[in-house]
Design a binder for this molecule. Structure first.
Ligand code: 13P
Ligand code: SF4
Length: 341
């Protein structure tokens, strides 16, 4: 092992990213754009990324849109400005490409809430059920899944399953409960949740609505039922963004990760967007995993081609079917989940 590789390996084990000094006078945006050209790379960014990362990305989108881009791209390298399960999904869809994630510790509380060894035992209790997993789960969980879904296509995915088949839905109990209500299908739910979408305070939202009587309250279906019950509109991040563009209302209280407000404000500069308040005065409606990515880490990962997402062949082979099935249903329904810049 060369010295440089040994240092890089040690850094990744310790921090999850290359913790190297970056010249503070460097124009990071210009340097990243240069590396993008040299390496024929594409930067895919989720709506929950810091706005400076969204601004430099080739595509910005929700989980479905970014998966669609990862499957289609002609680039040699996919740089995923998002979290671990999203980069894993990109690798499964484009296994021949190099997939980089600026910080390997950019995880997901929802994916972590469903360890595959426990889910395997749970699934054994329902041998005849179809397993639908929200894409916010590990690659290994996808090997135990019949069909994945995202928040953009979840209703269509559930409706694509024959009515006489019973369903297990994992890992998000809140999205699962919303889908039971929306589709009328009874489902066995795994008891998982997203730390960001469970933090909203009903009491503080009611107070905020009273102070802004003309504002519409919009929410992501990962929120708890008592929050969704108050919503004027429920949708995925792309759904929420489109709603704010098309609805004549000029003021919105938004219950999802606060990163989406950047695109909402860019698309509708004269409208007002208010992040829904969390239980206390913390920045808990910002996902700490998503926010691990920074421009510096993005630059370093493109410079050194590290950290790279590597998956065992069996995981790609067995997990891929559940994503392919989801992509087929989405294509038939004409669903798209993102913005091309
Ligand atoms: P979507 O990207 O499907 O809106 O999901 C939100 C989310 O929590 C991603 O981590
Ligand atoms: Fe996971 Fe929630 Fe963060 Fe999305 S917002 S990455 S579901 S913890």
């Amino acid at each position: 092992m060369t010295d440089a590789l040994a240092i890089a390996t040690n850094q990744l084990d310790q921090f999850g990213y290359l913790n190297l000094e970056v010249d503070p006078t460097l124009d990071l945006v210009a340097a990243i754009n240069q590396l993008k050209k040299e390496k024929n790379a594409v930067i895919l960014a989720h709506y929950y990324q810091e706005s400076e990362i969204q601004d430099i990305a080739d595509y910005i989108g929700d989980s479905l849109g970014l998966s669609q881009q990862a499957a289609q791209t002609q680039a040699d390298m996919i740089v995923f400005a998002g979290v671990h399960f999203m980069a894993e999904t990109a690798k499964m869809l484009s296994p021949q490409k190099k997939v980089l994630l600026p910080d390997l510790k950019a995880g997901c509380s929802l994916a972590d809430s469903c360890p595959p060894h426990l889910f395997r035992k749970f699934k054994e209790k329902y041998p005849d059920h179809v397993v639908v997993s929200y894409i916010n789960c590990t690659a290994e969980l996808k090997t135990l899944t019949d069909i994945c879904c995202t928040s953009t296509n979840a209703v269509q995915i559930i409706e694509s399953i024959p009515k006489d088949r019973e369903i297990i839905f994992a890992p998000d109990k809140n999205l699962g409960a919303y889908l039971i209500k929306k589709t009328g299908r009874d489902m066995v739910l795994w008891n998982g949740a997203c730390m960001v979408h469970e933090i909203f305070s009903q009491e503080r939202i009611i107070k905020l609505k009273n102070r802004h009587p003309h504002a519409k309250f919009i929410a992501h279906p990962e929120c708890e039922a008592h929050i969704l019950d108050m919503a004027d509109y429920i949708g995925s991040t792309t759904g929420l963004l489109k709603f704010t563009i098309n609805d004549p209302c000029t003021e919105f209280i938004v219950a999802t990760e606060a990163g989406i407000l950047h695109q909402m404000q860019l698309a509708s500069p004269t409208k007002t967007f208010i992040p829904a308040p969390p239980e206390n005065n913390c920045a808990c409606n910002e996902c700490p995993h998503m926010k691990r990515n920074t421009l510096e880490k993005l630059y370093l990962c493109m410079l050194y081609d590290l950290p790279e997402i590597v998956l065992p062949d069996w995981v790609i082979e067995q997990g891929r079917n559940s994503i392919d099935r989801m992509m087929e249903v989405s294509a038939k329904a004409g669903l798209m989940g993102g913005v091309k810049r």
